[in-house]
Design a protein. Structure first.
Length: 85
């Protein structure tokens, strides 16, 4: 039996960018495209606004939920492989 364990990073975040003196909030995440890791950006709005903060929290929640499902799936596979013999 071969079982390899790889480290995993969440690969997302929130960043404030200044454009012409104004602050804007962006959500970024990594995704796999054609076998490569690509950083994707999503504009959320003017930094400091309640709606922009709500969007940021929503994006983080969605991404972290996906990561958690992936981790749970990988853990179930490891458990099955380790206890199947």
């Amino acid at each position: 039996m071969c079982l390899s364990v790889h480290n995993m990073e969440v690969g997302c975040g929130i960043q404030v960018r200044r454009v012409k003196g104004r602050r804007y909030l962006y959500f970024w995440r990594y995704e796999r495209t054609n076998g490569r890791s690509v950083k994707r950006w999503k504009y959320l709005g003017v930094a400091g606004r309640t709606e922009t903060r709500r969007k940021a929290l929503q994006e983080l929640t969605i991404h972290y939920s996906r990561v958690k499902r992936d981790i749970d799936r990988k853990l179930a596979i490891a458990h099955a492989r380790l206890y199947s013999s």
